[in-house]
Design a protein around this ligand. Structure first.
Ligand code: ZN
Length: 73
């Protein structure tokens, strides 16, 4: 079963400590309750990371360009 954290939406691994929350889905005519479960990371959620396609392209540094005023002409 894949568990997704309700707080950060990341997947929770089987080996990670988890908080399981029970929510009432509905009650049957005989009075029994059907439960739905959701999950949270117990040890804190991982820091959010921007998706690769949403990160700005800062380019890479070309050392041949030198640094501003220090460049020899
Ligand atoms: Zn989380």
């Amino acid at each position: 079963m894949i568990m997704l954290c309700e707080r950060c939406c990341a997947q929770i691994a089987e080996s990670e400590p988890v908080v399981r929350l029970a929510h009432i889905d509905h009650a049957r005519p005989d009075g029994t309750i059907v439960w739905r479960h959701s999950f949270l990371h117990n040890g804190g959620c991982p820091a959010p990371r921007t998706a690769a396609h949403e990160r700005p392209d800062t380019g890479s540094w070309d050392p041949a360009r030198g640094i501003g005023g220090l460049r020899e002409h």
